[in-house]
Structure formats: structure tokens, C-alpha cells
Ligand binder design. Structure first.
Ligand code: INI
Length: 168
């Protein structure tokens, strides 16, 4: 049995993306619906890229009406092959009708499928919450900033996929 402490000394090749954004190009797709939340997610994502050594000019910002529009936008941006990763930022907040389930489900499924089909990492920074308060908490309050987290994941995955494509 291998103990966790022994893992570092094993002779495997390990592939892991680092957290350096220098030289990477990003597209951030941000939805306007619930913009009082998504603006904060965007600020968090840009902060993460800047603090990881990324350049402002290496970021293309794409604004869309709502989360439903993510899948087709991700596919269009990915097909252009101009970026190392895409970051999706949105906020779907539950209402009194089943509308939430359709919008959130389509966004999540469509983004995931586009990422795999087109071979580009797409970070899912789309909040799906029961209340406005839960969304606020995740957009820079009690529970951190999920825009920042999504951008860090995009940086890591862009570097990991580069390594896998060249070194595997
Ligand atoms: N879009 C969101 O991004 N968040 C929501 O909470 C939301 N709600 O609740 O309706 C929402 N709806 C709009 C949808 O994404 C489309 O833009 C619209 O249906 C037009 O296609």
C-alpha cells in the first residue's frame, strides 16, 4: 500500500499545469443578465489574470445577453482558435418557475460539450444559486470570488493542455 507521504518519491511522470498566465491568450465570455453579479465575477477574473502575470491585451472580452447564449458563443470563439482558454462568467438565480433549470442546464451542458468537442479548456464561472444572497456571497463576499477561481482554473488548464500536447 502506498501512503500519501510516499507519492512525491515515486518515479512516475507527472503532468500538472502551472499558474503563470504570461504568454497565454484568454477569451472571457460574460453575460449581462444579473450584471450586478457578473461585473464582480469579471473583476475577479481580470484580477487573477493580472496577478498571474497575464497581459490586459491578451484578453478578449465577449459580452452576451444571458447564460442561455453561452454554448453557441463558446463554440464560435473556440472555432476561431485564437485563445488558450475560455472563461465563462454568468449568474443564473432561481425564480418561481422552472425557467432556471432550462437555462442553467443548457449552459452547463453546452459549455462542457463545446470544450470537449473543440479541445479547448473552458472554465465554468457560472453561478447557479437558489437566492440572490448566495450569488453575492460567491461574487466577492463570504464565499470568495468564483470569477477569480474560474480564471485560475483556466490558467492551470491552458498550461496543462499545452504540456500534454507537447510532452506526453
Ligand atoms: N439568464 C441568466 O444568465 N441568468 C438568469 O438568472 C436568467 N433567468 O433567470 O431568466 C437568464 N435568462 C435569460 C436567458 O439566459 C436568455 O438570455 C434569454 O432566454 C434569451 O435567449
Amino acid at each position: 500500500m502506498i501512503l500519501p507521504a510516499q507519492l512525491m518519491s515515486l518515479n512516475h511522470r507527472t503532468f500538472e499545469g502551472d499558474l503563470t498566465a504570461s504568454g497565454l491568450r484568454f477569451a472571457i465570455i460574460v453575460s449581462r443578465f444579473n450584471s450586478f453579479i457578473t461585473d464582480r465575477l469579471l473583476a475577479g477574473a481580470l484580477d487573477a489574470i493580472q496577478r498571474s502575470g497575464g497581459q490586459d491585451a491578451a484578453v478578449d472580452l465577449v459580452r452576451i445577453p444571458g447564460a442561455w447564449e453561452f454554448p453557441i458563443t463558446v463554440r464560435t470563439v473556440a472555432a476561431a482558435k485564437k485563445h488558450d482558454a475560455i472563461i465563462c462568467l454568468g449568474a443564473v438565480i432561481k425564480g418561481d418557475t422552472p425557467h432556471f433549470d432550462y437555462v442553467a442546464g443548457e449552459a452547463a451542458g453546452g459549455i462542457g460539450a463545446a470544450s470537449c468537442d473543440l479541445g479547448i479548456p473552458v472554465a465554468f464561472g457560472v453561478l447557479t444559486t437558489n437566492t440572490v444572497e448566495q450569488a453575492v456571497d460567491r461574487a466577492g463576499a463570504k464565499s470568495g470570488n468564483k470569477g477569480f477561481d474560474a480564471a485560475m482554473t483556466a490558467i492551470e488548464m491552458a498550461n496543462l493542455l499545452r504540456k500534454l500536447r507537447t510532452d506526453l
